[in-house]
Design a protein around this ligand. Structure first.
Ligand code: AMP
Ligand code: MG
Length: 391
């Protein structure tokens, strides 16, 4: 049995970095930028008005001063001329500031009669002008790697970048194993249950940058498992669920061994998730998850997501931890790190009473995995503990 930390290190060694591909920015949110990009232009490209009002010379903007309106500047349509003394230009938000003007007086501060305006209020030093390049300059870089979010996509568009090079989504083949399993929507017969893990894991993986393929359910026979492993070839990561313990029908270890897998480890000192295995199967990373639904999902958070992030080029780091105060005492822990289903609210964390690793209803109410480290002593309410947010 190895520690969670050692298991993760071995999994990172199995995870190969993704290749790259080019996608339009409209499809790049949630993808990892693989090559830096540089702004193709300066933004704003010209001094632009940030208000609706009148462009004029700041030095002339005294209380009650009067100006003649000599033209108009709207967004997309600048004023061609140059402002002389005592002149102003009607201007709108986003319009280029005309030559000769260095301030925009907002229209609320002006009284207009025909072609003449009078300033009603004392002007502060605010120019209401966005200077050219105040957002970014041509040649400014967006660095890589970087997980692109909606704000980044807006920035890329504004930089006049139409396509970006991103890491290809790692393809994960998800294999449920078990004679008892049927697909959601089918009618389970006596003794059968519905396969849930592949669906939960697909959702988890795809929300984190991978492409997951649900393979046909492998039955508890060597032939069936071998067939499904063949179907999974070509994936970047093969994940089996169930069949990894020591029961007579737990055949994943036997089949992977007969297919020539180089076993990296088997069994991790954690709860839930002890019968975890991993290795390299003809060059492809393979992870065997325990079958209990909560164990499989917890292992997804603790092991699969960090692997995916590493493959995407985001670095080999464990799931992010945060801290919260216990609302209730926490019992001492044995030799296996316990990932307790819990709820965090307003900085306080409460573990659920029922921690059975088959309870998906509990997992669904949880928004955190409370970490009870190996051999930790009992803790009082109010003490700070680590947790991993899950959503
Ligand atoms: P195993 O590791 O195959 O012994 O499975 C442990 C438990 O998890 C058993 O109760 C299985 O029925 C259940 N199980 C295994 N695979 C799945 C799955 N894909 N979806 C839901 N439950 C599963
Ligand atoms: Mg089984």
């Amino acid at each position: 049995m190895i520690s969670v930390e050692d298991a993760l290190a071995k999994l990172f060694a199995l995870a190969k970095p993704s290749e790259t591909e080019t996608v339009p920015i409209a499809q790049a949110s949630g993808r990892v930028l693989a090559q830096p990009v540089t702004a193709q232009l300066t933004q704003p490209p010209f001094d632009a008005s940030s208000m609706d009002g009148y462009a004029l010379k700041a030095i002339e903007a005294d209380l009650h001063a009067q100006f003649k309106v000599v033209g108009e500047a709207a967004a997309g349509h600048g004023y061609e001329g140059t402002l002389g003394a005592g002149q102003c230009v009607r201007i709108f938000t986003g319009a280029p500031v005309p030559d000769g003007a260095d301030m925009v007086v907002i229209q609320e501060d002006v009284e207009r009669r025909g072609k003449l305006i009078t300033l009603l209020n004392e002007q502060q030093s605010k120019s209401n002008i966005r200077p050219a390049g105040q957002d970014f300059a041509k040649g400014d870089a967006m660095s890589a790697p970087r997980l692109l979010g909606p704000s980044d996509i807006a920035l890329l568009a504004s930089m006049n970048i139409a396509e970006v090079t991103v890491a290809r989504r790692p393809v994960v083949a998800l294999i449920s194993t078990g004679d008892e399993l049927v697909m959601p929507g089918e009618a389970p017969r006596a003794g059968q249950i519905v396969a849930s893990n592949t669906f939960g894991l697909k959702a988890l993986l795809e929300a984190n940058g991978a492409e997951a393929r649900i393979m046909p359910i492998a039955r508890d026979s060597l032939e069936s498992l071998e067939t499904v492993f063949k179907l999974a070839q070509g994936a970047d990561l093969i994940v089996t669920i169930g069949g990894a313990s020591v029961g007579d029908h737990d055949l994943v270890g036997d089949v992977t061994a007969s297919l020539g897998m180089e076993l990296s480890f088997y069994k991790v000192a954690m709860r839930p998730g002890k019968p975890l295995m991993a290795g390299a199967l003809t060059g492809t990373a393979m992870v065997g998850l325990p079958g209990n639904p909560v164990s499989a999902m917890v292992c997804g958070h603790i092991f699969l997501l960090p692997m995916i992030r590493a493959m995407l080029g985001l670095g080999a780091t464990p799931a992010t931890r945060q801290t919260a105060r216990l609302t209730a005492p926490l019992a001492a822990n044995g030799p296996r790190e316990h990932y307790m289903r819990a709820r965090v609210e307003n900085g306080e964390i409460t573990p659920f009473e029922r921690q059975d690793s088959a309870l998906l209803s509990v997992l669904s109410h949880a928004n955190a995995l409370l970490l009870n480290p190996p051999h930790s002593e009992a803790q009082e309410a109010g003490e700070r503990v680590f947790y991993i947010p899950i959503l």
